[in-house]
Design a protein around this ligand. Sequence first.
Ligand SMILES: *Cc1c(COP(=O)(O)O)cnc(C)c1O
Ligand code: SF4
Length: 440
Amino acid sequence: MSKTIKSYTLSNVRTIPQLASLSPELIREMEITGRALPFKTNNYVTDELIDWSNIDSDPVFTLNFPRREMLEKRHYAAIEKLVDQQVGDEALSRKVQQIRLSLNPNPAGQEQNVPLLGEIRLRGIQHKYPETVLFFPSQGQTCHAYCTFCFRWPQFSGMSELKFAMKETGLFLNYLRLHKDVTDILFTGGDPMIMSAGALETYIKPLLQSEFSHIRSIRIGTKSLTYWPYRYLTDKDSDDLFRLFDSIIAAGKHLSIQAHFNHPVELSTLAVGQAIARLRSAGAQIRTQSPLLRHINDKPELWSEMWRKQVDAGCIPYYMFVVRDTGARHYFELPLEKCWNIFRRAYRQVSGLCRTVRGPSMSHYAGKIQVLGVQDVRGEKVFVLRFIQARNPRWVDIPFFAAYDPKATWFDQLKPAFGEKFFFEEQNPKWLTEKQFLFE
Ligand SMILES: *Cc1c(COP(=O)(O)O)cnc(C)c1O
Ligand code: SF4
């Protein structure tokens, strides 16, 4: 039976049937908060994932619906005041824009990863690690629903000057012709699976030609298995999508779905089970990742359950991230030590088949930094860290130390241990320049 997506945004949120069970105060707070944080959900999420009898702690409700506490008090108060005064859309948008800009819409210097082709800045590409190029197809810069913690949110809140999207496949292909060291293309967004099979094909088909034989893996970063599994089942171009996937595999390339799952409940419906099964039988691998989020998944048992369910379904647990320094971060963040404790308590409960997961990892400007743990070294309490990925590949997998700080929630708040510098700061001061790795 085919299922038609019905999207809900702020303008029609009150037509969600289950909303009738919520208090008017909660709905009002949601509408005020939703002015600043992007809001979108759909009928699969509201009908099959959210438990409406337990909204206070429901993880998927928290994942999609803005709650008052997600904004700082002063920001919430400012919007509420303007709404109550009925100042009109223009004054409200100005305020909202100002608040959004203060929420660090582009964390970790993503702008620095945008490469050059001759004189042209390729706004739709990020190339940070030598082997993998991120591509942001312009039609994929939205999602089937929006996560309240998302760091890509400038892309869907009308802040177009910050958009990384790029229409021109031609430039993208030229860039890849010049970079034979690139083996992986990661289509990302937003969510590339929002695109029609035809649009996806325009980007993917050229990569299957022999001149791009250096591209070994096509990866697609997506939350569609949570937000719209029917993408793989009954959408009108679902079969075309699988024909495209077949052609990737027939060309001898690896197809990896980098799936975002934040909570085991997202793996519980019939539709998601069928979608995973269809992808697996098409020959795709599904690797899973999620940030660690207070109020959504901050218990070791949820992670161990999630990883087990993923492995049961034939998926490969891949990354646990530390929540990024953007948007509603203050609502979702946890101290690094706590992140590590949740990770290891979950990790020790599962079999080796689940222990392909790595984390907790911070996507920092310098690279993906993993918190290996807290340890005493000759009387000084320290964090032990390592790069899983680094701007300079030579830094990868070298343990290094930061002074213990029970409150720190991000790498920038850490100081080197033992009164030293971080080893990568001592190196060539030019490490900050773009694409240094190409010259090493
Ligand atoms: C995470 C990430 C990648 C992919 O890293 P893998 O460890 O290979 O999955 C590539 N580019 C950027 C900018 C990333 O943040
Ligand atoms: S699916 Fe990904 S890009 Fe889309 S809102 Fe969620 S975290 Fe952001």
